[in-house]
Design a protein around this ligand. Structure first.
Ligand code: ADP
Ligand code: MG
Length: 562
């Protein structure tokens, strides 16, 4: 007699399961992609683990994925002989959603008014294993972790609770059995007990999986059905790009990124010779939920000679390109590399330098070749990319080149610096900007008046990161960045200047009394009170010294207790 425990799903998990059961996705076939993707990951992990731990005692002689259909029972089974899970892992990985940002995501989903908006949102989430509940009203998972003896049986209808119990004779790896929904039985679109249908789905979504996906073929009269391998198993990054279709790249992207939407851009890189590697990278079409969260993951997958080594290899991409997804396959690394070794590895540093340059140049091409695509890229990732202005000196100019900013030139459309420079007025030496909390705060600032009156364009910088890089970056294309809220900004021609100087002297005399009275009245709150030439309609404004912190930065530091 074995104890059966009934446990509750974590509340976020419960909410997602409800969405699955009521299947708000239009394309249900994708559940199989998720199960095969998990099985493939489990095989990758086992191969690596057995390589690292010679005493693991796991059988790695025939690693594969097997699919079985049973029309009479209305079940579909996905089996792998990969790494498997312990009881605690099943509870932690299947019973909860550990993805950071999930709670925020669910709040947004609740707030989404129409179904198109929620479709769009959920498409950004990627529900993984829970996708099973789009097609099944009960799911059974039996698993045994490689190197252990006791297995676990997990079962749920997706309605709030699941049961879990030990099993004696579980094979190594994981078997997921879907008890298909009876209401789909008559619909041939959802006939997941048909081998032909399953073969078609695997071909479409999982052909590139590098492990064999096996299934019983159609049996001839009086014979046992023969087992066939359904997928071609070719690593996409090792095939010549002319052989690979866009749809194949997109499905591969979904496998490596766990995203449910197509990528914005596919990037391929190949290096031959003494140090050989291939890279297949993607720019996603939307920012992940954790782009600005502390516990975010980053990095691409690292393979060595087709063997999966690790997810989220941080050494291959800098922090500011943390949204880039994909695979790097290096030929000359040891299979034993650790994260620590990689950080020091010269070859890895070389690859990283090249990846960065390639990503930046791809975006630059996109700017002119497909402005709309670029606009999406910048909207989703611009704030992250600008962080690179602070820590990637080598590529600073290239990052400025692909950046765009809101500007007073066109309220609707951001401008590149290149375009700004082309529009600069005769005699204008600086690139003018103002930082602030919002566009309206900046536009209504008194600092803006003289610039507006004289027709100078001003960049409107509202991201917190803008406060930091404007102080660190000297200029673009030989022109300095100049805050319109700091120091003395000189907007006049020489002739005007002379006339102004005379007038100014007179005004200074006229207003001497007022200025010194104000200086005394304001006391230590100000350094100085002076007449201004930058105002046209406002009576007064506050300016910082050239080397002072901007008001927003001052606020930030104060909030941090400094
Ligand atoms: P994701 O794959 O994005 O992490 P899933 O919901 O698909 O999310 O899976 C959750 C986790 O459950 C996986 O990360 C993995 O650790 C574990 N898991 C799922 N399927 C398997 C499997 N066949 N073998 C081993 N572990 C698995
Ligand atoms: Mg998954």
């Amino acid at each position: 007699t074995t104890p059966i425990e009934t446990l509750e799903f974590q509340s976020e998990a419960r909410q997602l399961l409800q969405l699955m059961i009521h299947s708000i996705y239009s394309n249900k076939d994708t559940f199989l992609r998720e199960l095969v993707s998990n099985a493939s990951d489990a095989l990758d992990k086992l191969r690596l683990e057995s390589y690292r731990d010679k005493d693991l005692g796991a059988d790695t002689s025939d690693l594969h994925i097997a699919l079985e259909t049973d029309a009479a029972e209305r079940t579909l089974t996905v089996r792998d002989n990969g790494i498997g899970m312990t009881r605690d892992e099943v509870v932690a990985l299947i019973g909860t959603i550990a993805k950071s940002g999930t709670a925020d995501f669910l709040t947004k989903l609740k707030e989404a008014k129409d179904s198109a908006a929620s479709q769009d949102l959920i498409g950004q989430f990627g529900v993984g294993f829970y996708a099973s509940f789009m097609v099944a009203d009960k799911v059974t998972l039996v698993t045994r972790k490689a190197g252990t003896t006791e297995g676990v049986r997990w079962e749920s209808t997706g309605e709030g609770t699941y049961t879990i119990e030990p099993v004696e004779d579980a094979p190594q790896g994981t078997t997921v059995t879907l008890h298909l929904k009876p209401e789909d039985a008559e619909d041939h679109l959802y006939d997941y007990t048909s081998p032909a249908k399953i073969r078609e789905i695997v071909k479409k979504y999982s052909d590139f999986i590098t492990w064999p996906i096996r299934m019983a073929g159609e049996a001839a009269e009086g014979e046992e059905p023969k087992t066939e391998t359904v997928n071609s198993m070719k690593a996409l990054w090792a095939r010549s790009s002319s052989e690979v279709t866009e749809a194949e790249y997109h499905e591969f992207y979904k496998h490596v990124s766990h995203d449910w939407q197509d990528p914005l851009e596919t990037i391929r890189l190949q290096a031959e010779g003494t140090f050989e590697y291939q890279a297949l990278l993607f720019l996603p079409s939307h920012a992940p939920m954790d782009l600005f969260l502390r516990e975010r993951k980053r990095g691409v997958q690292l393979y060595v000679k087709r063997v999966f080594i690790m997810d989220d290899c941080e050494s291959l991409v800098p922090e500011y390109l943390r949204f880039v997804k994909g695979v790097v396959d290096a030929q000359d690394l040891s299979l034993n590399v650790s994260r620590e070794i990689l950080q020091q590895d010269r070859q890895i540093q070389l690859i990283r330098r090249r990846l960065v340059k390639k990503v930046l140049s791809t975006v630059k091409t996109m700017m002119t070749a497909d402005a709309e695509k670029y606009a999406t890229f910048w909207r989703e990732f611009g704030r992250a990319v600008k962080e690179g202005l602070l820590d990637d000196f080598e590529n600073r100019e290239a990052i400025l080149e692909i950046s765009s900013f809101a500007s007073t030139h066109d309220a609707e459309k951001p401008t590149s610096l290149r375009e700004y420079v082309e529009r600069m007025k005769d005699g204008q030496e600086h690139i003018y900007f103002m930082t602030g909390e919002s566009r309206s705060a900046i536009e209504n600032s008194p600092h803006m008046e003289a610039f507006r009156a004289k027709g100078y364009e001003v960049l409107v910088l509202t991201d917190p990161i803008d406060e930091m890089w404007v102080d660190a970056v000297p200029g673009f294309d030989g022109k300095q960045f100049q805050s319109i809220a700091k120091g003395q900004v000189d907007l006049e021609s020489d002739e005007d200047k002379k006339a102004t100087e005379v007038a100014r002297e007179q005004q200074n005399k006229d207003f001497e009394g007022l200025l010194s009275w104000m200086g005394t009245a304001l006391g230590d709150d100000v350094k100085e009170v002076r007449l201004s030439s930058r105002l046209t309609t406002s009576p007064a404004c506050i300016v910082g010294d050239t080397h002072d912190l901007s008001p927003t930065l001052e606020k930030m530091y104060r909030a941090m207790g400094q």
